[in-house]
Design a protein around this ligand. Structure first.
Ligand code: PLP
Length: 380
């Protein structure tokens, strides 16, 4: 068996998405900025893709800006807001993806903002009273707090965070890279100024993403050059990527309920079997709590053992691809910044299983079997 359980890193391309992209690789090669027929044809495809995405998240097409990836969209939202709107204070959390964390830290280093980190508990649950306190004393703040954590799967209550930010007139960006295509986002209900999507996280192609930027919030482009994307993002568009992105999101929304049921079922099975068969197993963050975690991610914490060093290698030679992560063990091994922020025991081993619509129960059983061979529960 050859098993891929690393879907939070990237997902396989859906064949339907590839079919939608191929004509734009083979026949429709024009530059969308050209005003002749070849150009107009691909321009229309881009604008259709924009309309599709806008419709799915209940936004206006002009609020969608295509980017090269989620990281670029995160950078755009943070740098653009701070620099264009002259915001002097930023709030984020130590649990954010580096696309946000390093961007906010770079803005702090340049002297553009003073940066505050939101407190969280040992399971990574954010302290929203602290958010209220920080915003009460810092008007004109840029807040960046993710929807779901990519390592441990914690889901943050972005509806409440959005309400708090709106009450304090803060600009709210939420990194939705891990939830776009997995949950329904409605920007008419959610008080966020920015949302982010990255196609390769929901069976679309790599190298393309988008930023939802609420209308009325004019922020400067991150990349300067031509007037593409209504002057919001220079550079010739990744036409087949954009077509694939829209198709992938369309499919994700179309099949969402069935996929959510299927994947949550796999996750529940994983948890139950691991608890039954693996000695001393625990779950990081709120990963095992179905109401407060992303259904695609299960972060497993294994007991201290010399086996932990070779854990990923042992799974890999048994044809199981997963991501690891460890708390800091020494200065040389910085480990996972998320597990470190949660003060996880560095002696324990961590595996992130992240699932997609293509995974099966047999694959779950096989992965548990391999782990059980290493960490077998001794019958009482
Ligand atoms: N934000 C989160 C939460 C992610 O998980 C990732 C990718 O893993 C990114 C941002 C970056 O997205 P991209 O790979 O499209 O740059």
């Amino acid at each position: 068996m050859n098993v891929y359980f690393d879907n939070a890193a990237t997902t396989p391309l859906d064949p339907e998405v590839l079919d939608a992209m191929l004509p734009f690789m083979r026949e429709h090669f024009g530059n969308p900025s050209s005003i002749h027929g070849h150009g107009r044809q691909v321009r229309a495809a881009i604008e259709n893709a924009r309309k599709t995405i806008a419709h799915l998240i209940n936004a206006a097409p002009a609020e969608i800006v295509f980017t090269s990836c989620g990281t670029e969209a995160d950078n755009y939202a943070a740098s653009g807001s701070v620099k264009t709107l002259g915001l002097k204070h930023g709030i984020t959390s130590q649990l954010e993806h580096h696309a946000v964390l390093h961007t906010m830290q770079a803005l702090e280093k340049c002297g553009d903002i003073q940066l505050s980190y939101l407190r969280h508990d040992a399971q990574g649950r954010l302290d929203l009273e602290h958010l209220e306190e920080l915003l009460a004393t810092h008007p004109r703040t840029f807040v960046s707090l993710m929807h779901a954590n990519n390592e441990i799967g914690n889901l943050n209550d972005i509806v409440t965070i959005g309400d708090i930010c709106a009450r304090h007139n803060a600009v709210f960006h939420t990194d939705t890279v891990q939830t776009m295509g997995h949950y329904r986002h409605d920007v008419q209900k959610l008080k966020a100024n920015f949302l982010v999507g990255s196609a390769h996280k929901f069976h679309g192609p790599k190298g393309v993403g988008f930023l939802y930027r609420r209308s009325g919030l004019a922020v400067d482009s991150l990349i300067h050059g031509g007037s593409q994307e209504r002057n919001q993002r220079a550079g010739t568009e990744n036409v087949y990527g954009i077509v694939g992105l829209a198709k992938a999101l369309e499919i994700a929304y179309r099949d969402m309920a069935a996929h959510q049921r299927h994947i949550q079922g796999l996750k529940d099975r994983f948890i139950e079997k691991l608890r039954a068969e693996v000695d001393g197993v625990e779950f990081n963050g709120t990963s095992a709590d179905a109401d407060h975690s992303l259904y695609t991610v299960l972060s497993v914490s294994l007991p201290p053992s010399e086996l932990n060093e070779m854990l990923l290698f042992n799974l890999d030679i048994n044809h199981i691809s997963v991501s690891g992560g460890s708390a800091c063990t020494s200065g040389a091994n910085a480990g996972s910044h998320v597990l470190n922020a949660l003060n996880c025991d560095p002696a324990r081993g961590t595996i992130r299983f992240s699932m997609s619509k293509y995974n099966t129960e047999e694959e779950v059983d096989y992965a548990v079997e391999q782990l059980a061979k290493m960490y077998r529960k001794v019958p009482a």
